[in-house]
Design a protein around this ligand. Structure first.
Ligand SMILES: NC(=O)c1ccc[n+]([C@@H]2O[C@H](COP(=O)([O-])OP(=O)(O)OC[C@H]3O[C@@H](n4cnc5c(N)ncnc54)[C@H](OP(=O)(O)O)[C@@H]3O)[C@@H](O)[C@H]2O)c1
Length: 228
């Protein structure tokens, strides 16, 4: 049964780099929530293989594999899930297909080997660099930096909230609804400039994972709603 919110005008989602850990987890969970998922890859064959893997497990899903540009061109919304080092080069291959769409950027600017140390780019954040590169006709929304891919790929409830930043309120609202369809809580975390905080927090979580031997630490926002 579909969990897609009746308010959502997003029916299909392209996940660029959806053959990897984070993108694969999002593909798994959003397809099971009822979305049509287009798994993007640098090579169509690799994308198709990833789609077949999901379909073997869940034959009823609507999942297909494509080369990144084809996936982005044929979806209502696009998600970028590739390593920081390849963020802008991947965007350059799909830029014309993003016009008028929401782009969810999950990138964390990790620079190995010191991934436990915050190393933000000169542009401020990876998400700001993406917005600058794709231009104003694309609404970049930054999310998922603090959710471990292993949780998305396992079929258990996830104890982690998602901080959502972006300069266009309607786009942020849309992404928060998509996050709710994954069974997660999404929070309005302000303009895209605030993505410096969500991206930086990942290195803090990586350090906590290592020091305290935790498999995928995350964050939960606490506090009482004023209506309570
Ligand atoms: N892993 C996590 O727990 C986690 C959590 C939060 C955020 N993130 C962020 O999510 C993004 C993806 O992380 P991940 O762990 O899923 O990465 P990953 O599995 O290492 O790679 C994801 C995909 O990126 C593509 N890719 C690899 N090398 C590339 C290159 N040279 N040029 C273009 N594309 C390339 C590959 O797809 P194809 O070979 O099919 O093209 C690959 O399957 C990163 O920005 C990361 O910071 C990850």
């Amino acid at each position: 049964m579909s969990n897609i919110s009746s308010q959502s005008n997003i029916k299909s989602i392209a996940i660029l780099g959806g053959t990897g850990d984070l993108g694969g987890g999002l593909a798994r969970r959003w397809s099971r929530a009822g979305y049509k998922i287009l798994i993007g890859s640098r090579t169509a064959d690799k994308g198709k293989l990833a789609a077949e893997g999901l379909l073997q497990e869940f034959p009823e899903l609507n999942v297909t594999g494509h080369e990144n540009l084809e996936a982005a061109s044929n979806a209502d919304l696009v998600v970028l899930t590739v390593p920081f080092a390849h963020q802008i080069s991947t965007l350059s291959t799909v830029k014309p297909a993003l016009k008028g769409k929401i782009l969810i950027d999950v990138t964390v600017p990790l620079i190995p080997p010191k991934v436990g140390t915050v190393q933000l780019p000169k542009s401020g954040s990876a998400a700001q660099a993406a917005q600058e590169f794709v231009g104003d006709e694309v609404a970049v929304v930054s999310a998922f930096q603090n959710v471990g891919a292993q949780h998305l790929n396992e079929d258990h409830d996830i104890v982690c909230d998602v901080l959502v930043t972006g300069d266009k309120r309607v786009a942020r609202d849309t992404v928060i609804r998509l996050i709710e369809d994954l069974g997660l809580k999404g929070w309005h975390a302000g303009p895209l400039a605030n993505s410096v905080a969500t991206e930086a927090l990942t290195s803090v979580l990586i350090t906590i994972n290592r020091h305290h031997k935790i498999n995928g630490s995350g964050i939960v926002i606490t506090g009482q709603s004023a209506s309570n």
